[in-house]
Design a binder for this molecule. Structure first.
Ligand code: ADP
Ligand code: ADP
Length: 225
């Protein structure tokens, strides 16, 4: 279960306010896509939700509990970055096991979760490879797998396809859509790409200059009457 409320969220870096009061409700299992020009504050908002950066003003509430001061590892939230952020010296298995071990899961549980993630993301043949021995699409699937083994309630994905070429982009996009159908987590996804927004989103949030400008379904926002 994951229901998120963002209430009057502001973010300031030194003298500069970059988020000017974000109010948004995100429902359980909803796939929400944030779009908007570079620099409008999308990544900053994801970092606040993940707990990687403190909220200056306002409240983030998850399932009725205020999360502002809760450590990232205790939020039940996993983040996937555009740059994969895999450990180069670890193989695929170890990359996926690392975060799960930090959660204190025993070895059998870690193995089971990795087996499940590997099946879902078609990584079964690649478990002993290092990241440099993988294609970009495979690397991003590993990064998604690493988030998946933590069984988070909420997935944050920050432009996860932007480093991939066009063919891989649609492949991994379909993978993400299928993942959402199968595991049913709440997805919060940032992109520049209108096709990604239209095909993945239940709800699109249009941001500009640190504010939400519009919220609606893909049909409401992109279909001309
Ligand atoms: P987006 O993801 O929409 O491209 P960002 O959230 O990365 O936008 O950035 C929003 C604004 O906040 C930008 O003006 C950026 O320069 C500024 N910003 C982001 N991170 C920091 C930081 N750590 N320190 C200062 N300013 C930052
Ligand atoms: P140990 O802790 O006993 O040394 P690890 O769990 O760290 O073993 O695994 C060592 C290596 O073996 C991993 O890097 C991975 O490549 C491989 N491995 C371990 N368990 C599995 C598994 N269930 N499926 C596939 N490969 C595995």
């Amino acid at each position: 279960m994951a229901q998120l409320s963002l209430r009057g969220i502001k973010k300031r870096y030194r003298e500069t306010e970059v988020l000017h009061g974000i109010d948004l409700e995100i429902g359980d299992r909803e796939f929400v896509v944030f779009v908007g020009p570079s620099g409008c504050g999308k990544s900053t908002l994801l970092r606040l939700i993940a707990g990687l950066d403190p909220i200056t003003h306002g409240e983030f509430v998850l399932n009725g509990s205020r999360m502002n001061d809760v450590a990232p590892s205790r939020r039940g939230i996993a983040m996937v970055f555009q740059s994969y952020a895999l450990y180069p010296h670890m193989d695929v298995y170890e990359n996926m096991a690392f975060g799960a071990r930090l959660m204190g899961l025993d070895k059998a549980e870690v193995e089971q979760r990795i087996a499940d993630a590997a099946r879902m993301l078609r990584l079964g043949e690649l478990l002993k490879r290092r990241p440099r021995e993988l294609s970009g699409g495979q690397r991003q699937r590993v990064a998604i797998g690493r988030a998946l083994v933590r069984k988070p309630d909420v997935f944050l994905l920050d432009e996860p396809l932007s480093n991939l070429d066009a063919a891989l982009r649609s492949e991994v996009r379909l993978e993400i859509a299928r993942l959402h159908r199968e595991i049913g987590g709440t997805m919060i996804y940032v992109t520049h790409d209108q096709v990604e927004a239209m095909t993945l989103a239940d709800k699109i949030v249009v941001m500009n200059n640190g504010r939400i400008e519009q919220v609606g379904s893909p049909r409401e926002l992109y279909e001309t009457p």
